[in-house]
Design a protein around this ligand. Structure first.
Ligand SMILES: [Ca+2]
Ligand SMILES: [Ca+2]
Ligand SMILES: [Ca+2]
Length: 272
């Protein structure tokens, strides 16, 4: 376990409130745990030597394990409103996973392009650079899958089947719509990074922080359980950044440096 390599979702300034505007976009709902998409074969994975994608610069946004997520300092997006204004051949890139669960990730596109598909069937990562070592070694940092060409006017959405590889149809599925998640909680954060890529992080544990009993899983709310980047093209990213910028996320590079130093000194913390 090498959490010291990860400087975390940084920024000592603003704390994520767990509130990303969740109004509207009712059309986007999480896939059900029994959706056939989860039974699909793993789509072709391209590694970073094939795509030229550099995951290294995104590892600093991977939150230290079990530490509640502060703000990334990047531009926060509403993950329920990832609507593309321009056609683009979209890809998703695996950044890291701080999760013992064997999570699965899928997407939907609604609108001009109506489709859905599995992205990663077994989100497990062991070895150099991985947050943990909990079994499974299906992905390497920077591995990617193509979503295909998504036409302008389509809305992208993402669903996580938590520990779906083990739990199958009995697993929880968390999506971007807080109100639709069974625990009524936010399970994904989304940022625009460097005005160029979307960075998303899922929380895979059911329930509120440290809640137990019932379906609760003593969640840490660290939102690092599946961290991935989506390439929708720079023009789409800039378009998504247009509405309602949040003053609280004014970029603080000084804060970033300080947080990185502090977190590099952090010793291993409890694994969730
Ligand atoms: Ca975690
Ligand atoms: Ca895992
Ligand atoms: Ca977690």
């Amino acid at each position: 376990m090498n959490t010291k390599f990860f400087s975390g979702f940084l920024a000592a300034t603003a704390v994520v409130t767990g509130v990303v505007s969740q109004s509207s976009a009712a059309s986007a709902a999480a896939l059900s745990p029994s959706d056939t998409v989860w039974d699909s074969a793993q789509p072709t994975i391209l590694d970073k030597s094939q795509t030229g994608f550099d995951d290294a610069s995104y590892q600093k946004y991977v939150q230290a394990e079990s530490v509640e997520l502060p703000n990334s300092g990047q531009f926060k997006l509403d993950p329920t409103k990832l609507k593309l204004k321009y056609d683009y051949n979209v890809s998703a890139f695996f950044i890291n996973e701080g999760a013992g669960y064997r999570n699965q990730l899928a997407f939907t596109s609604k609108g001009a392009t109506n489709t859905k598909g599995l992205l990663f069937k077994d989100i497990s990562c062991e070895g150099a650079g991985c947050v943990g070592a909990w079994g499974g070694n299906a992905l390497k940092l920077g591995d990617s899958v193509k979503l295909g060409k998504i036409l302008a006017g389509s809305q992208l959405d993402f669903s996580l089947r938590a520990d779906g590889l083990n739990r199958g149809t009995g697993a929880n599925v968390f999506g971007t719509q807080t109100a639709v998640n069974e625990d009524g909680l936010q399970h994904i954060v989304a940022y625009a990074v460097n005005n160029r890529y979307l960075l998303l992080g899922f929380e895979d544990l059911f329930g509120d922080k440290n809640a137990s009993g019932g379906k609760n899983e003593n969640s840490d709310r660290d939102f690092n359980d599946t961290v991935f980047v989506v390439d929708v093209g720079e023009k789409n990213v800039r378009d998504l950044m247009k509405p309602v910028p949040e003053p609280s996320v004014a970029l603080s590079l000084l804060g970033l440096g300080a947080a990185s130093l502090m977190l590099r000194r952090r010793q291993n913390s409890t694994v969730k």
